[in-house]
Design a binder for this molecule. Structure first.
Ligand SMILES: [Fe+2]
Length: 199
């Protein structure tokens, strides 16, 4: 059984770019609903004792859409909330040597990186997730719909950062302005967390 992870910061820590109201609804209501639904779906099944990543891969392979969707949303939201709440001076990914190397190998500098990540997230049609992953020394920006994520189709990629583009992530603070939300989000990334994913 899974439990709702605590936020790694207070509910006012991300203001003004994400309000206490958004975090309360997004974490306590939406994220919690996915945890509870997943638990109800796997109770008494062969999924019950599996780690979350294995549940995602097994349910995808078996076409168990309800389990896949809720397991994916649990994984995605846990990762998403960890990507923010940065230290005050952690404003640029290039301050981290491994990220600097990867960004320079993959993009024409950090502005190009931010522009391409923003454009991908803004252009991700409907509800979904934009993920940044590392594989073979390059960063890739991947768009997924609904609850999908790179655990399913990119087993060798290292997940680095995810952006929730479901409207519930930004509608209270930004209404329909997804571009402003994504821009603010990318200006407030916890790059130390992102860099730590590279080992
Ligand atoms: Fe969400």
């Amino acid at each position: 059984m899974f439990t709702l992870p605590e936020l790694p910061y207070t509910k006012t820590a991300l203001e003004p770019f994400l309000s206490q109201e958004t975090l309360t609804y997004h974490h306590d209501k939406h994220f919690n609903a996915y945890v509870e639904k997943l638990n109800s779906l796997i109770a008494g099944t062969e999924y019950e004792k599996l780690p979350l990543a294995e549940i995602i891969r097994k349910s995808a392979a078996e076409g168990s859409k309800g389990i896949f969707n809720n397991a994916g949303q649990v994984y995605n939201h846990d990762f998403y909330f960890k990507c923010f709440g940065r230290q005050a001076d952690d404003t640029c990914p290039l301050k981290h040597a491994k990220l600097k190397e990867l960004i320079e190998a993959s993009f024409a500098g950090s502005d190009d990186f931010r522009t391409k990540a923003t454009d991908a997230a803004v252009g991700n049609f409907g509800s979904g997730w934009t993920w940044l992953v590392e594989e073979n020394g390059k960063i890739e920006i991947l768009n997924y719909s609904n609850a999908d994520n790179p655990l399913r189709d990119r087993p060798n990629a290292v997940p680095l950062l995810c952006i929730d583009v479901w409207e519930h992530a930004y509608y209270i603070d930004y209404r329909n302005d997804r571009k402003k939300y994504v821009t603010e989000l990318l200006a407030n990334v916890n790059w130390a967390f992102v860099a730590s994913q590279l080992g």
